[in-house]
Design a protein around this ligand. Sequence first.
Ligand code: ASP
Ligand code: SER
Ligand code: ZN
Length: 604
Amino acid sequence: MKQLVLFLGLLFLTQGLCQNDNNKKKSVSNNQLKRLLILLQIVVEENENSDQSLIPWLKDANEKLRKIHENEAYMEFQYETDINDENAQKLNDAGVKAAEVIKIVVSEARRLLRDNPDVDGDAKRQLQRMALDDTPLDSNLVSQLQKIHSDLESIYAKAVIKKDGKTFRMEPELSQIMAKSRDLDELKWAWQGWRDVTGPQMKNLYKELVRITNTSAVENGYTGGRKETWLLNQFGSTENLKNQFQNLWRELKPMYQLLHAFVRKRLKSFYRNKYPGYIFPDDGTIPAHLLGNMWAQQWNNILDVVKPFPNVKTPDVDTALKHRYPKPKDLFQLAEDFYTSIGLYKMTPKFWNGSMIVRPDDREVQCHASAIKMCTEINKDYLETIHHEMGHIEYFMAYRNQPEVYRDGANCGFHEAIGDTIALSVMTRKHLKTIKLIPNKKSFNEHEMDMNFLMEEALSKVAFLPYGYLIDKWRWDVFSGRIKPEDYNKSWWNMRIHYQGVSPPVSRSEQDFDPGAKFHIPADSPYICYFFQFYETLCKESGHSGPLHTAMLELGASKPWPDTLEMFTGSREINAKSIIQYFRPLMTWLKNQVSENEIGWQDN
Ligand code: ASP
Ligand code: SER
Ligand code: ZN
């Protein structure tokens, strides 16, 4: 490792990293020197690796944790790819068994930290990560909680709308309607129908989940309840986090508002044309069912309505994909090719044989994509998702030699960012030409095509920002008790309106539980990670293929994330500069399309 890091450091000095500007300098900048020094520091720290006496204990504890995590992950995979009572029970048993082992390791780790106040360095970090735990102390509660989790997941996975003898599932039927339909009744039907068959069945279970998890966090000594343990788990510390999120959002908001104003204007004229007399909300919000996505989280599917240059044809990548890569497996291979071409790992035979990449028709499964299961359809959205999920696997493989407590992202945003950053390079017009998904010829209107393309990116990345922020903002308030169960839905819509400027197309009440219509709520899976991706990497250059990046992936969670980030980008804080710069040409164009008084909505 040491030689490797030094070698990489030197290599890095000669390379220059992607800063998303056009004048990449080959000479050694202060910033680069600084980053090399950080690398060297990491090596030195490893050398000085603290208290040797704890090493055998740590080794043993890591191994115990590895085994139970592996077993749990396996049982979870079994359950999610074949949802039935028997598999739920097996998962439950695995959870109870895991909790017993975890409890012992955790209390030992806490004791060792108390008894060895001088312990420092890596041993301390490992102990602290092991001690961080909010598993209920009572094994009946562990089992109860496990059952709530599997019930919630099952409701989401099995939800369907039935109409005229036909069954509409989220994937693929409903997501396709939301993406492609421009029929107001149909969109409203799908939007409302999905919420009717998910949230209401979940509300009481969710309330219980919040109660139990908060209680057990407090029992474990975290006075801030589950909000605290969540943030500690995701970011290693709660210090200054709220401010960082807030600042980031403040920097990003003007860009979102501009996009929102333009999209609203176009949608309004489109639907008024199609449905004379159709009334758009007068508070400046956009009806949530018109944005091409069930949750209004990414808007790329309405590119046809909001394209800057509507007369310039957009290459039909979906059709080209179906033609050139007719099987789901082909898309995975395409993604793997890209990863290996930049020096990352091939998927293993176990991946190819064991993953679920299409929806089986003989059993119930959880279709929401994760690293080793999804219900692939051949289109651009899934191609991006495949890159996203494979990014997780690449990270898993890179940190596989770390002790178990470090087999994780530097923070959870790193984990989410890998695949998306790669996908960004894959989805460029240049690369799509290389892999023959769009015609490889120069057209006379390159500028217009670029602008349309940038709009497509903005519809998926910029539109996503407030959504990525608000889901956990809502959950933190729910966990902390600021939001009471009787206000779950009202508070949800307050945030949807406040941050996203979207409004429900039909009236909502506390009989509804609209957060439950989104996978990550019933799955109890953190969301801020999608917001907190390191935007510094949002660049088109192939800079991220550098060996430095591999070294960063290999570190896993073994260093505090600001260290890892600094080594990677030169900065200890996430900032919005790169994403703003990336979209600047589009934003400049948009500014001329809307007037000041068209920007914003009531309550923003
Ligand atoms: N599992 C990923 C997400 O939830 C990608 C997806 O949405 O399919 O982040
Ligand atoms: N994959 C995440 C989601 O589905 C973020 O895009 O919400
Ligand atoms: Zn992910």
